[in-house]
Design a protein around this ligand. Sequence first.
Ligand code: ASP
Length: 498
Amino acid sequence: MNDQNDAVFIIYTGGTIGSLPKDKMDPDSPLVPQPLDVVMEMLPTYNKRDKNIIIGKKIIRLGFYSWETPIDSSNIKLTDWIEIAKIIKANYSSYDGFVVLHGTDTLAYTSSALSFILDNLSKPVVITGAQKPIGEARSDAVQNLITSIEIAAARTMGNEVVGEVCVFFRDELYRGCRTSKLSASSYSAFNSPNFPALGIAGEHIVINEKYVKKQQIVHSLQVSEKLEPNIASMDIFPGMSSVLLNNMLNTESLRGVVLQTFGTGNAPSTFEFLDAIKKAVENNRMIVDVTQCRSGEVELGLYDVSAGLLSRGVISGMDMTPEAALTKMFVILGKETDIEKAKDLMQLNLRGEQRQSIFNLHFPGNEFSDDSTSVCIQPIRPMVHGSDRYNPSFLDKAILRIMGIKIQNMKRGNVDIAVFIDLPDANEQTKQEGNPHFIGRKMKSWTSGGDSESIFFDVTKQVKEFVDNRHENSLTIVNMGGFPFQWDLTNIAFFADC
Ligand code: ASP
């Protein structure tokens, strides 16, 4: 009665779900993971001989892979994620979906990592675990496991197929790269703070089609096998020593850091703090800013205390969970050796892990000497993946950033600039009002304390029709104030729903 595909493949890694007290005679002895057989035999409708399970009126064929020594998930390693992904790939064509049994402690890291490691996934990969071992009277394991099998077998069961890595726990299904463990003991241990649940499992399993990623099966499943291990995650806190920060950020082999900051991405703006960041960026390290708040997102440049991070090369993690940011970085830095391209790639929404993509068009800095009034600059390189991903019709907002402005030989900074796009010869006399190439004018004054300044402006309407990443663009900056100044970096960030 079963064809080749109406089946679910279970991968068992260990965790509480399959653990029992070490000493069978002493229920208080520490829990240790048991073999998969022990777990499966506790499922009420599991048929060991035929290797299937009855759910409703359907018989679901099961395939298995168990780690030789199941582990507590605190011991999970990068190579374990690759192993799970390779097993999924090896069994991909023979099964409807996959269930990964995992300890809850690092489950959200694994679900995030698999989301990025598996490329072109179109079948369900459901990760689950339990707060109490399967053998215990009040265990949540049976419900979590059976519901996960049912979600993974959606095609057979006639339900909506969730073709992505997800987490099922208690009664909710979440996107894998949006999930965090929020409670150490609640049966509802997981949540997806910045994205709605993909489904609810009450008496019936209801999948919210609107939020499930639409899968197009155009390419075959790929596994990113190379991960960059030299990555760190750091929480900032009031009173953090900048000497310590400097030492940590400038550790010899370090290639990237997820910096967990305050609120909308804010951090101390002292010279020492920002200097430590600047050095790390100059030494080719990627620093991604995510919020240490449970929900919400980073908005670099909203406050002065985050503008400094941006102008020193820190990139926005938008509304990513720290787990998603970290594992995305493992994969991207494992793949991309050009750090600047890797930074641009990191800002794209690859798996629904962040609300929007930020496409960057970087231009160099320049300077106005006493006798120059306008300069024309060209992009340093095209947008990463932009030609096939960026589409102006999905543009939400575009922000022009002129960063690291320094005034020369003056006490007070007084900058007045007008910016034109694709009009190389623009100058002070060029018509601004009503000119489609004119994208904005800004004045800024500040007292020179040796620190640099940045100017940001919203240019959404103005650049929308000019930038499609198929034509070379240019920016002409006109110095309307006449005072000499220089700046380090120019960038247009395109926030787009694609
Ligand atoms: N320490 C266990 C683990 O993560 C906790 C659990 O599974 O709930 O493996």
